[in-house]
Design a protein. Sequence first.
Length: 242
Amino acid sequence: MTQLAVERMKLFSTRSAWWCSFLAIALPMALTALVVGLTEDGSPVLIPQTQGGSDLGLMVVMVLAALSVTTEYRFGTIRATFLAVPNRVSPLVAKAVVAALTALVVGLLGAFGAWAVGYLMATDPQLALDSAVAWRQVAGVGLVFAAGAVLAVGVGTLVRQSAAAITLLLLWPLLVESLVLLIPQVGEDLSNWMPFNMARHFLSAEGAGDMPLGPWAALAYFAAIAVAVLAAGIAVVRRRDA
């Protein structure tokens, strides 16, 4: 618990953490307001239309999580961390837990905030949370954000540099997973197994797309990749100098 408290204080002792958290909440709400505002009068507004900005929020949360590691390497404070806690696994796991919990809260606030914006602005809101699918599409955003934060901590641990980590975390879901579709014959099958496509599948309505896994299995797959990347980062840190 002490290690978790230390990592929490480290994370929120900088303005970037507060700004990233604010943006991850505000951007989905702002995009929902824009989408609903452009919707023709009388057209129904559905839950997926209110959650279109979750991808933007996820990008910001992953940047926040990656910076929680890379800034320590940049300023050399990671050496003091490892001197205070010789077991290098403990502080890195604590970073991942704090980042995941922060992302979970931010994701829930952003998702339900966007849902509320849609409900208040739409002339014909069809946004009742009266089914498991509806709850998954909104509350599930927090789970995806939490897994994404763990993934980002792992990437930051592996590459150490802020620019490299952020570039990789942004380009992979925005560009690489789309380019995979261009691979002849196997492109579509590979694309279905890409981690962020699986995360989007979890947040979609059941039966959306021709995906190899169900929604909850897709979330487990995304989370397993995040944990695997974190484990790889921890393994590398244990072998090399800080």
